[in-house]
Design a protein around this ligand. Structure first.
Ligand code: EPZ
Length: 427
C-alpha cells in the first residue's frame, strides 16, 4: 500500500500544466466502440481510470496502441464481445458508459454494475429509463446489467434528475438509433459538450450539448476520427484552491477559463486575486482566507467535485462558512479526516458548518474517495509539519503525476510504500 508523505507549510509557486479531463476521457474511450474505423485520442490523462478503460477495450477485442503517454489509437473493428465483467470494470463508475456504447454498437450489452466513489446511493435508473425509451429491454441477470434491443428508435426523454452519466449514456445509445432523440433536463457539464464534439467529429448529428435540451438525429455509421480531449476543470480547480490555501502564487496553464467561472467567483470571495488569460489562470493569496458560503449544483453551478477542496480552504477562513452539497446525498465523509487535522466542522444533513481555525495541524489521514483525497493533500500542504495520506489509490484514479506537479510548485511531497521507500512515479 502506498501513501503520500507531505511536509507542509510552504506556499506553492510557479506554473502547472493541466491534463486532459478525466470525466470526458472516461466517456470518450467507451464511445470509440461506435466507430467503424480507428480513432486517435489525444490529451488522455495518465491516470488509473484511463488505463483500466484501455484494458477493458482490449478485452472486448479492440486493437489498442499507445502512441505516446497521452495518445492512444484504438481500432474497434474486431471488438466482438459485449460483456464487461466486474474484473474489467474494477469498481469504476464510468464502466456504465459501456452500456450505452455497446447498445449503440451492437444493440446488446452485459456490464457489471458501476462502482465509483461512495457518496451513498448511486442509482442508474435514469440511464435505464433512457435506454428503455429507445426500445431496449434492461434486466439484472446474475448480478450483471443486461441490455438488449431488436432495434433502437429515437424518443423524447425527460430526465427526472440532472444526471451527467444518464445524459452521456443516452447520447451514446441514441447516436445511431433511427430518428430523433431529445434529452430534456440534460446535464450541461463541459465533458457533455466534449463527448458530443467527439461524436460529431465521427459524423454524428448532435445539437444543443451544453444546454438543457440535447437533440440527437441518428446516423447509420460513424467513422474513425482524431480528437483531443479538453483540459480537466476539476484538476485545474484543485491546483487553484491549493494555491490559495497555501498563500501561494500559481499560474494554472492549459485550461479553459470559462469552465472555471464558478470556482474563480468563489475564490475571489475568499480574497484570492485572480488573473485570467486565454488558456491560463493565475491565483494569488496574500492574506488569511475570508469566509464564504458555497452550494454545489450541476453545471454551471459550483461543481460538487470541488466541494471537499473548497471546504478545506474555508476550514482556515476568518469566520464561519456554510458549504451545502446539492448533488450527492452523502459527500462529507472526508470531514472526519479534516477534523483530525484540527478543522472545526459540523455536518448537518446536506450542509457543513465550518468555523474557521487559524491553522491546520499535521496528522495521519485517509483519502476516503478521489476528491476527498485531493482535499487531504491540500490540507497536508497547508499544515506545517508531516502529514501522511493513506489509501491513495483513490487519488491515482483521477490526478496525473500529482507528486511531480506539486513538487515543481515547491511542495515537499513524496509517494512512499509501506516500507517507507520513495516511489519515483506511478507506473
Ligand atoms: C459524474 O458522476 C462524475 N463521474 C462525478 O465525478 C460527479 O460528481 C457527478 O457526475 C456530478 O457532476 C464521472 O463523470 C465518471 P450524476 P455521475 O449521474 O454521472 C442522481 C469525480 O470526483 N442520479 O450526474 O455518476 C445521483 O444519485 C466523480 O470525478 C439518479 O438519481 O453523476 C446524484 O444525486 C465523482 N439516477 C445526481 O443524480 C440516475 O440514474 C447526479 O449524478 C443517475 C443519477
Amino acid at each position: 500500500m502506498e501513501k503520500f508523505v507531505i511536509n507542509g507549510g510552504k506556499p506553492l509557486s510557479g506554473s502547472v500544466r493541466i491534463s486532459g479531463a478525466k470525466n470526458a476521457a472516461v466517456a470518450i474511450l467507451p464511445a470509440v466502440l461506435l466507430a467503424d474505423g480507428p480513432c486517435v485520442i489525444e490529451n488522455l490523462p495518465q491516470i488509473l481510470d484511463v488505463s483500466t478503460l484501455l484494458s477493458s477495450l482490449s478485452a472486448l477485442g479492440a486493437d489498442v496502441k499507445i502512441i505516446n503517454k497521452t495518445t492512444a489509437r484504438i481500432d474497434p473493428a474486431h471488438a466482438d464481445s459485449f460483456i464487461v465483467t466486474k474484473e474489467m470494470a474494477q469498481g469504476m463508475r464510468a464502466s456504465s458508459y459501456f452500456l450505452g456504447a455497446l447498445l449503440g454498437r451492437c444493440k446488446r450489452a452485459r456490464v457489471a454494475p458501476p462502482g465509483g466513489c461512495d457518496f451513498g446511493v448511486r442509482p442508474i435508473d435514469q440511464h435505464i429509463k433512457g435506454f428503455e425509451a429507445l426500445g431496449t429491454r434492461v434486466t439484472i441477470e446474475n448480478g450483471m446489467v443486461d441490455a438488449r434491443a431488436a432495434s433502437l428508435s429515437g424518443a423524447s426523454i425527460y430526465l427526472d434528475v440532472v444526471s451527467v452519466g444518464a445524459t452521456m449514456n443516452i447520447m451514446l445509445a441514441a447516436v445511431k438509433a433511427k430518428g430523433l432523440t431529445v434529452i430534456e433536463n440534460a446535464a450541461r457539464e463541459p465533458h457533455i459538450v466534449d463527448l458530443a464534439n467527439f461524436l460529431n467529429s465521427m459524423g454524428a448529428n448532435i445539437m444543443g450539448a451544453g444546454t438543457g435540451v440535447i437533440k440527437i438525429r441518428g446516423v447509420e455509421h460513424l467513422h474513425g476520427t482524431q480528437y483531443s480531449i479538453i483540459p480537466d476543470q476539476i484538476e485545474a480547480g484543485t491546483y487553484m484552491v491549493a494555491a490559495a490555501a497555501t498563500g501561494g502564487d500559481v499560474t494554472v496553464e492549459n485550461v479553459t477559463p470559462k469552465h472555471l467561472e464558478s470556482i474563480i467567483a468563489k475564490l475571489i470571495e475568499t480574497g484570492a486575486q485572480i488573473e485570467e488569460f486565454d488558456e491560463a489562470v493565475r491565483v494569488r493569496m496574500s492574506s488569511r482566507p475570508k469566509r464564504c458560503n458555497v452550494k454545489t449544483m450541476p453545471h454551471p453551478g459550483f461543481p460538487t467535485d470541488m466541494q471537499p477542496q473548497i471546504a478545506t480552504l474555508l476550514s482556515v477562513a476568518e469566520g464561519t462558512s456554510i458549504v451545502t452539497e446539492g448533488v450527492w446525498d452523502n459527500r462529507f465523509r472526508y470531514v472526519e479526516q479534516l477534523t483530525l487535522m484540527g478543522a472545526s466542522i459540523q455536518v448537518d444533513g446536506k450542509s457543513a458548518i465550518i468555523t474557521g481555525v487559524e491553522k491546520l495541524k499535521p496528522a495521519p489521514v485517509r483519502a476516503v474517495d478521489l476528491r476527498a483525497g485531493a482535499a487531504m493533500i491540500i490540507a497536508g500542504l497547508m499544515a506545517k509539519g508531516e502529514t501522511v495520506v493513506e489509501e491513495i489509490s483513490h487519488i491515482d484514479r483521477g490526478y496525473e503525476l500529482l507528486t511531480e506537479k506539486l513538487s515543481a510548485l515547491g511542495a515537499d511531497i513524496k509517494r512512499v510504500n509501506d516500507y517507507g521507500t520513495p516511489q519515483a512515479k506511478l507506473a
